[in-house]
Design a protein around this ligand. Structure first.
Ligand code: NAD
Length: 354
């Protein structure tokens, strides 16, 4: 461990409720389940598998991501806490036995952590997990779930863009607004559908050339390199690919009025880069606020209320929540990230005292 990172400090200073290390030497399985806060309900968050350079990198990721899930669920008004899990290792290790053994560790926690799907975990992996433990959400529709959550996620991002536009321009129409999407995967492609219907001017980038071609064939959009997007004169820049892309280097180039996208953990450093955006008068809509459509969907699966109408109705509240966060930020002269965190933590703390 490096000197500047002390796990005991992290947990005993109440940042996280519980961290569970899971290991099976024969299978080469190493996983960490992070439960950040269960004041509002059992923790929900995806499991991701990644070949981290060090185990400490995996731990840092799980601590960061599980906390973001607490904030996200709280802001979305869900009775759910925040958790996340990482499986550390090469994807080649993954097979049915491996996934089922991992699921048995989730089962041992007995419902304090519910897993959903995240990076490098397939629908088949979810089905194998569900064979072993009931604490799995985000299942395909033919297996009793609500299916792919990228549609409600995209819908929430779209509404968040509209609310931010109203704040900046006085009305929420996206017609003619110049909007650039970085990443046009499952969420990005759905988002384009909404934006195209409103006649926005859409620019896109993606590292996958095939995806890019399909989208430019289907819609009136223009494609650019990532590096070009940052410095374009835009109304809205929408990160829908990777985390950590809002950093001192990219922020220096940005010429947009609003940043509003689906990617998780967009700020490379959430204590400085939100302020750098504010200093440039760029309205940043925090990711854990605007991309909550996915967790709203899996939460409904957890409580066995399999109604897509309810998922979309609850996702609609993202619009007014974005308005609340932006107003609080402007009233108190604080960054939008701090303002969103305050609203999320206030709700957790109010419930903790009950
Ligand atoms: P996805 O994997 O379907 O799509 C990501 C896209 O980004 C792919 O097309 C990929 O080629 C592209 N990409 C990767 N690296 C890139 C780069 N450097 N530059 C440009 N494009 C790049 O993922 P998704 O489900 O669409 O999710 C997008 C983002 O939103 C992710 O960060 C995800 O964590 C987050 N998110 C998704 C959901 C959901 O419900 N799917 C919910 C909340 C947050």
């Amino acid at each position: 461990m490096q000197n500047n990172f002390n796990l005991s400090d992290k947990i005993f200073n109440q940042d996280h409720e519980q961290i569970v290390y899971c290991s099976d030497k024969d299978l080469g399985l190493k996983a960490i389940i992070g439960i950040h806060d269960t004041t509002l309900g059992p923790s929900i968050g995806g499991t991701r598998m990644w070949n981290y350079s060090t185990e400490q990198d995996g731990l840092k990721d799980v601590l960061r991501l599980s906390k973001a899930m607490s904030l996200k669920s709280s802001l979305a008004g869900l009775n759910a806490g925040g958790g996340k899990a990482v499986i550390i290792g090469d994807l080649k290790l993954k097979n049915q036995n491996f996934i089922k053994k991992y699921a048995s560790f989730i089962n041992d926690i007995n419902g304090k952590y519910w897993t959903a799907q995240d990076v490098n975990i397939s629908s088949q992996d979810m089905i194998w997990m569900k064979d072993v433990t009931p604490f799995v959400v985000g299942m395909p529709e033919d297996k009793g779930g609500l299916g792919d959550s990228s549609h409600p996620t995209a819908y929430g991002v779209y509404l968040g863009m509209k609310a931010a536009s109203k704040f900046v321009y006085g009305n929420d129409s996206l017609e003619g607004k110049k909007i650039a999407l970085q990443g046009i995967g499952k969420v990005g492609a759905k988002l384009i559908e909404y934006l195209a219907k409103e006649n926005a001017t859409i620019y896109v980038s993606d590292i996958n050339k095939e995806i890019l071609k399909n989208i430019t064939d289907k819609y009136k959009v223009r494609s650019f390199k990532n590096s070009e997007l940052y410095s374009m004169d835009l109304d809205i820049f929408s990160p829908c690919a990777l985390g950590g892309i809002l950093n001192s280097e990219s922020i220096k180039k940005l010429k947009c009025k609003i940043v509003a996208g689906a990617a998780n953990n967009q700020l490379e450093d959430d204590k400085t880069h939100d302020i750098e955006l504010k200093e440039k008068n760029i309205i940043y809509v925090p990711d854990f606020l605007i991309n909550a459509g996915g967790v709203i969907s899996v939460y409904h699966e957890q409580i066995q209320d399999l109604s897509k109408e309810k998922v979309f109705a609850m996702t609609e509240n993202i619009y007014s929540k974005v308005e609340d966060v932006l107003k609080l930020s402007s009233k108190n002269n604080i960054s939008t990230n701090v303002s969103a965190m305050k609203i999320a933590l206030d709700r957790i703390n109010r419930n903790r005292k009950k």
